[in-house]
Write a protein that binds this ligand. Sequence first.
Ligand code: B12
Ligand code: SF4
Ligand code: SF4
Length: 357
Amino acid sequence: MVTALEESRTTLAAHIKERARSLGFDLVGITSADPLPDHGEHLADWLSRGFHGQMAYMARKAQKAADPRAVVPEAQSVIVVGMYYRAREEEPPQGTLRGQVSCYAWGEDYHLVMGRRLEALAAYLKEKGAKTARWYVDTGPLLDRALAQRAGIGWFGKNTTIISRPYGSWIFLGLLLTDLELSCDEPAFGDCGLCALCMEQCPTGAILAPYLLDARRCISYLTIEHRGWIPRDLRPLIGNMIFGCDICQEVCPWNRTHAPTLHPEFQPRPEVATPELLPLLHITEEEFQVRFRGTAIKRTKRSGLRRNVAVALGNLRDPQAVPALVRALSDPDPIVRGHAAFWTNPCPLGRRAVHHQ
Ligand code: B12
Ligand code: SF4
Ligand code: SF4
């Protein structure tokens, strides 16, 4: 028998989901604020092996990561939202040296897009009697993917992303913690079967085993989160990727059949998906700020982006890049200088070309 209390929790949950969808979220699920002990253990092990690299905030947040009530003590429910972001690919013009930017960063920064919508959803919860409605898009300490799995959004793929049935893994996640008691969804189940394409195709071997990622080897980490020198042995494996990496998602069979996203915010801005590299190598701070305003790319800062561009230009092994790389050898930024110089070592074409300048 369904009690009146259960019915009100179910009705409230349905209203919240309806509002979330009308605000533009493609996926919404609800789970309890109970801890996630297995995930907490895995995170502790992951950190103890140093897989987080320079992401010190991961270690700082570890105590709270698997327990929503350690973050918001009065929380009863966690609303997990998802937005589908995979846009149509632009055909890059031929004949110029171009880099690749992960499709998650082609449009407006998802933190801003999701944040605006979560703010509106939080206001709705308050109207419905919530005293607490606190939202996070990466900003909090919690394990978003583990909560998303428990809220029915999708399951863990071997590449560690959450895979949803309607949109594959091309979804951003956000959390809203509330003191409202809501009826919960069933966890999502699905699996990779015998597939291991993501592990086989990862250029740096960052997926050490199913569900186990060494972030220090991941191109996404190296080009976005890692500051300073990129380990020498990994530089040639980065190819022309200058911000993030999509390979372990591109190859995933769950990601093959989706029509491009219609969200206007995630449509590619001009010259972002496959930008011309030579002008980027010597981009000024002012140009950087204007060109990448409101995009996720600002996270690398100008120095990080130019470092990545130097690596990509070296990896392309194209004589067109030589004058710009030679100029970068006397760049005031030692990181840019060093990564441009690296190119002259392992590449026979590069050594010859530099010699002839
Ligand atoms: C740190 C971080 C990174 C790091 C580390 C990635 C990682 N796999 O942990 C780096 C910089 C490398 C990174 C890269 C990317 N990231 Co990131 N990242 C985060 C962040 C901030 C924390 C992730 C975290 O807690 N890692 C800790 C480790 C321990 O997690 P884990 O390795 O996955 O382990 C878990 C599972 O594998 C599971 N597990 C362990 N063993 C087993 C066994 C089985 C059988 C199962 C089922 C599960 C399981 O338990 C663990 C704990 O939950 C989250 C946002 C957030 N707050 O959650 C975004 C987040 C995970 N990133 C996201 C995105 C989009 C990306 C990129 C795709 C961006 C890009 N294109 O460049 C890549 C994907 C690379 C990859 N294959 O993971 C999205 C993922 C969305 C999705 N569909 O899953 C998130 C959720 C951000 C968001 N708000 O949407 N990211
Ligand atoms: S994002 Fe790229 S480098 Fe990182 S695990 Fe996936 S394929 Fe490997
Ligand atoms: S590529 Fe294959 S193994 Fe990797 S996440 Fe997708 S289905 Fe799973």
